[in-house]
Design a protein around this ligand. Structure first.
Ligand code: GZL
Length: 326
């Protein structure tokens, strides 16, 4: 329930209880049963499509915990945009205090964000962004996807320009800001090289998707493929199965560059199956929770907060693997 309505209800309740001598907790409806200082937050997560998503969900649940003063209403939309929009509409109808969204795709958000604004419920975006006007959300915290794609492209250029290399791409979820911006950055970085992009299709950020699309690539192009760029580790990990099944050696016959740097990806990098990974930090929970508290307290907040990333070679992965937080 909205804090301000709850505060008035709690106040009235307290006055009535004092007047009539009634005992009992002043737990407020719609919250975690605590007093009126509990912040009820609806979090609309994309789903559980990848290792990155699991780490992001864990970070968000840790930050929006009861001991931190929150009552979290969590929804995972199974990577379906219409389900995620329906979840946000539900949060509005429940009268939550704030809404956090990791938007599956950039488009389709104007109506429901306008409804949240009209209902006086602030929206914070975490991870991906939307094409809607930025007056429809209070703030966004996430990563520079275009730079991630550029860093991956610069590695490919440095290692393959001038060799007439053939490259295939496993794209992330169609219409997601992560996939769109990574492609923009990558394409800009390899512009003007003699690297040929033979094919580029979506694997929807999943292992299964990456495996299926890579199987198709291998049937069509076989050993002509020199390099694979996967928009995330999970699709690259799925592609490993296909590459091995085709009798080729990943990391050697086909060199692989991915984005995320989750544990399984870094393990593949350390053991030589991947060749380069650009990190995409999923630990956004603390910053998202701080933004919610500041916005509800009426404090000024930055419209955009970008979290720093790094990148890893095979040698660097061996050094840091055991100390990685996710
Ligand atoms: C990036 C995030 C992407 C990851 C994928 O911030 O949106 O979605 O790169 C995840 O692993 O599925």
């Amino acid at each position: 329930m909205k804090k301000k309505i709850l505060a008035a209800a709690a106040m009235l309740g307290a006055v009535l209880m004092a007047a009539t001598g009634c005992a009992g907790g002043a737990g407020t409806a719609g919250g975690g049963g605590g007093g009126d200082d509990v912040i009820t937050v609806g979090f609309a997560q994309t789903g559980s499509e990848s290792g990155w998503r699991a780490a992001n969900t864990e970070s968000m649940k840790e930050a929006f915990s009861e001991e931190n003063g929150f009552d979290l209403v969590f929804n995972a939309a199974d990577n379906k945009q219409e389900a995620q929009i329906a979840a946000v509409r539900n949060f509005i109808n429940q009268g939550v205090d704030a809404i956090v969204i990791a938007p599956i795709t950039v488009d389709g958000w104007d109506d429901v964000l306008t409804e949240a604004k009209d209902a006086g419920i602030p929206v914070i975006l975490e991870d991906r962004t939307v094409s809607a006007s930025d007056d429809l959300y209070a703030s966004w915290v996430g990563l520079d996807f275009e730079q991630e794609g550029k860093t991956a492209g610069e590695w490919v250029k440095e290692n393959f320009d001038g060799k007439g290399a053939n490259l295939v791409v496993l794209e992330g979820t169609t219409g997601s800001s992560a996939a769109l911006d990574r492609a923009t950055g990558f394409d800009a970085a390899i512009e003007g090289t003699d690297i040929t992009v033979m094919d580029s299709q979506t694997g929807d950020f999943t292992r299964d998707g990456g495996k299926k699309v890579m199987e198709g690539y291998l049937q069509k192009y076989g050993s002509d493929i020199d390099v694979l760029f996967a928009h995330n580790d999970d699709m690259g990990l799925g592609a490993l199965d296909a590459i091995k099944a085709a009798g080729l050696v990943p990391g050697q016959d086909i060199q692989i560059v991915t984005i995320d740097a989750v544990k399984d990806g870094m393990t593949a990098l350390a053991n030589g199956e991947f060749n380069f990974i650009v990190e995409c930090n999923p630990l956004l929970g603390e910053q998202a929770a701080e933004l919610v508290k500041k916005v509800l307290a009426g404090e000024e907040v930055e419209k955009a907060t970008i979290v720093e990333d790094q990148s890893f070679t095979q040698e660097q992965a061996k050094e840091v693997l055991d100390s990685r937080p996710y």
